[in-house]
Write a protein that binds this ligand. Structure first.
Ligand code: GDP
Ligand code: IMO
Ligand code: MG
Length: 424
């Protein structure tokens, strides 16, 4: 099998976890390249539900190797609690889980800083997941960050913690003296993870390159979605990392020539969680149906997700940036009850029809989506595993999507469980 990348093509939560779990069966190694514990990837196996945040979803296959690359920001406290939780559920990770020595750490002060900043932003807040992601990446880019490897020089580590607290003094002084002292202690206490981290660290780029050259195949697990990308997303209402395919190279140290297929995970409608523009958002009625049938509540924060119709302006853009070779279309069953299904084919703004995506916030916030209406199928597709068993109108919806995006649909997901899937 060639090396595959799985990326979200919308605003995250497209169902990457489920698809990664399925494709892990055909790979030898699963590697995460970006984001951190802001991700929430759900995998349902039988009656058991797992939500993975930092650990690649591939971990649920007991014989596969999982790796976290340098592009991921790691909250060690979170990581080990996630791993221990998995162990309690009989998922063993020792001996098959690697973390890059160059990955940056999310420190306790990052989460404190983020909380203070979000409060200060007031109405303009990003609505982040509160996992310290923005401040951790900011420190990385500003060359103030602390990497996994820095744990092994405790003097340097302590100096960097002191320095970071000092340069953030303006914000952190909003905390009481006791809160500040406790934050400093918590930050220095991260050193205690050395013992647990040591057996896991690796030169992940070298490891993957050698494995690929020996004929092993890698599944690159993306987090978030294209519209949350730091460069291509709805800035500043986005995350702080490269969520698109380029992140594989910069976030794992893997050459682009080793990437085979790019699988675009696309939800049959659109959702987003947190603030920011969303042209096809539906406020009530349709949103309530999608949210209820699709159980659209954040896997990380539990927040209700904003819901709306499929948007081809946005998808065409994200397919172009990612070079999507095949589509995995998820949550088709959520649309089962609609008599009419709308799809957005353009944005009307100041009298003009826009068919290419624009990163301009004002346009995205004020444009009116131009819809085409397709016939709904009003029959259950839940759990269908064969294409031929789908209602004709559902087949037409799939055909329309594939044609519009000039990309074949390869997988259709019709429920949360592993086997509720159609392979084309
Ligand atoms: P991710 O972040 O992209 O991995 O997606 P999330 O796990 O945050 O959100 C996707 C949600 O949809 C999860 O609750 C999944 O269990 C669920 N899900 C995935 N595929 C399907 C599907 O085809 N139908 C339905 N009804 N639910 C699905
Ligand atoms: P998965 O991998 C959906 C959103 C947050 C917020 C913005 C910035 O499960 O698809 P951050 O904490 O990253 O600084 O938040 O990005 N966000 C996600 N939304 N799915 C995710 O991940 C997300 N990760 C971050 O809600 O709007
Ligand atoms: Mg999610």
């Amino acid at each position: 099998m060639s090396n595959r990348v799985v990326v979200g093509t919308q605003w995250g939560d497209e169902g990457k976890g489920k698809i990664v779990d399925i494709l892990t069966g055909e790979a030898d190694i699963v590697a995460r390249f970006s984001g951190g514990a802001n991700a929430g990837h759900t995998v349902v196996i039988g009656d058991e539900k797992f939500i993975l945040h930092l650990v690649p979803s591939g971990i649920l296959h007991q014989n596969k190797i999982c790796a976290i690359g340098n592009g991921v920001v790691i909250d060690l406290e979170h990581l080990f609690s996630e791993l221990e939780e998995l162990e309690k559920r009989r998922i063993k990770y020792r001996g098959r889980f690697l973390i890059s020595r160059n990955a940056h750490l999310v420190m306790p002060y990052h989460k404190a800083i983020e909380k203070l900043e979000e409060e200060a932003r007031g109405k303009g807040k990003i609505g982040s997941t509160g996992r310290g992601i923005g401040p951790a990446y900011r420190d990385k880019i500003a060359r103030e960050g602390i990497r996994v490897i820095d744990l092994f020089d405790s003097e340097l580590f302590k100096q960097r913690v002191e320095w970071n607290l000092k340069i953030n003094d303006n914000l952190l002084r909003k905390l009481s003296k006791t809160e500040l002292a406790s934050l400093k202690k918590k930050s220095l206490d991260i050193l205690k993870f050395i013992r647990k981290v040591k057996p896991l660290i690796a030169d992940v780029g070298l490891y993957l390159d050698q494995a690929i050259r020996k004929g092993k195949s890698v599944l690159f697990e993306g987090a978030q979605g294209a519209l949350l990308d730091i460069d291509f997303g709805t800035y500043p209402y986005c995350t702080s990392s490269t969520t698109t395919v380029g992140g594989v190279c910069t976030g794992l140290g893997v050459s682009p020539v080793l990437i085979g297929e790019v699988i675009g995970i696309t939800k049959a409608y659109t959702t987003r969680v947190g603030n920011g523009p969303f042209p096809t958002e539906e406020k009530a009625g349709v949103c309530d149906i999608l949210r209820e049938r699709g159980n659209e509540f954040g896997a990380t924060t539990g927040r209700p997700r904003r819901c709306g119709w499929l948007d081809f302006v946005l998808l065409k853009y994200s397919f172009r940036i990612n070079g999507i070779s095949k589509i995995a279309l998820t949550k088709l069953d959520v649309l089962d009850s609609f008599e009419k299904i709308k799809v957005c084919v353009g944005y009307r703004y100041k009298g003009k029809l826009l068919t290419e995506f624009t990163p301009d916030l004002r346009t995205l916030e004020n444009c009116k989506p131009v819809y085409q209406e397709l016939a709904g199928w009003q029959k259950s597709t839940k759990g269908i595993t064969e294409f031929k068993r789908l209602p004709d109108k559902a087949k037409r919806y799939l055909d329309y999507i594939a044609k519009k995006l000039k990309t074949p649909i390869w997988i259709v997901s019709t429920g949360t469980k592993r086997d509720q899937t159609i392979r084309l």
